[in-house]
Design a protein around this ligand. Sequence first.
Ligand code: ADP
Ligand code: DAR
Length: 368
Amino acid sequence: MRFDNQISRIAALKDDHPGNLALQSFDADYFASLTEAEQGRLMNCLNSGIENPDSEMGCYACQPSDYDAFRPFFAKVLARYHKVDEDARHVNEWSLEGIEGLPSGGVLDLAALGLPALSMRVRVGRNLTDFPLPGAMSRDDRVRLEGKMMEAFSILIADPDYGGAYHSLTPGNPHEIDDAAYQALVADHVMFKDMSNDRYLAAAGIAADWPYGRGCYVSEDRGFIIWVGEEDHLRIMCMEKGSVLNRVFDRLKTALDKVSKIDGLSFASSLDYGVVTSCPTNLGTGMRASVHIKIPNLTADGTDAKAKEICRPLGLSVRGVGGEHTPIGADGTVDISPSARFCITEAEIIAVLYKGLSLLKTHEAEAS
Ligand code: ADP
Ligand code: DAR
């Protein structure tokens, strides 16, 4: 049969890689029940996890409809990763109303927790309904999507609240920037890293055709950014150094409402799974809300091990100062964000960050 080799590799890898949820959730009988065309679509989703057995998720959706089309498979990986029932349904909600344990008035002021001003960032992934997801795009798809977004950016540039500029990595694009300018944007945490160096994204097809169709829109104050052509078609984010988390959270919601109303832009979503993203770890909200915070006591050994041990029960993840798969800062600066993205609302995510930081501050003080 056409996929016998992949099926054999999955069977051979499964027992030695219990953390690879795609391998663990693959069911040969379900796969055999699919048409050959469906089998090809689903196997494309597993390429990354087969080629990288050390993956924690091990799969990426390749078409906006994959989660619903291959529900028997994706329901298993989602349940295992997000610790929810296989029939769980996601609800999106940005209002803080009714969330317990927050300051009256809902102002999430880090200064009230005794924390200094921090670099705050909230990002969401979004994908357009009229293109394949990044793992299945051709180079022409990627350049056409960039062109469609450049038309949308011309509307933002005309609006004083969003005015800025688009910076493209696509050779020959009228807004193409050189490597020095690109590296400066990456160093400033404005632009994403070279995806072709990420073996998971490379195996998934998401990094293909680099750097065609890639770029970022940046507002004049650098507080509103849209990535084009990263792991999702769009990563829409707000970022600033300060104390009130609501500032980036509310600005992002307002910006998202503005962008989603631009003619021709329609974001992929599922009735059961919420916002559709390439990676099942981001499904539902596509949201990561983070701060960069110095915790020199919990990172005194130069690693993030103790910080991760403390943060895990707080529902927080620890990343390096350069983002995913990068080291922590020499001064103990780490990237802290809630781990949950799915079957949690946007409002609950920012609340977890606020409450988690209060507890993290206590643990940092106790570690002195
Ligand atoms: P994502 O957050 O989109 O999942 P990464 O974790 O790789 O992707 O981070 C992408 C970039 O955003 C990196 O340069 C990272 O340092 C930067 N970043 C993330 N959170 C913050 C923050 N709170 N302040 C400043 N930069 C941040
Ligand atoms: N290495 C992949 C990525 C999982 C989560 N990170 C993302 N989506 N950027 C894995 O399956 O482990």
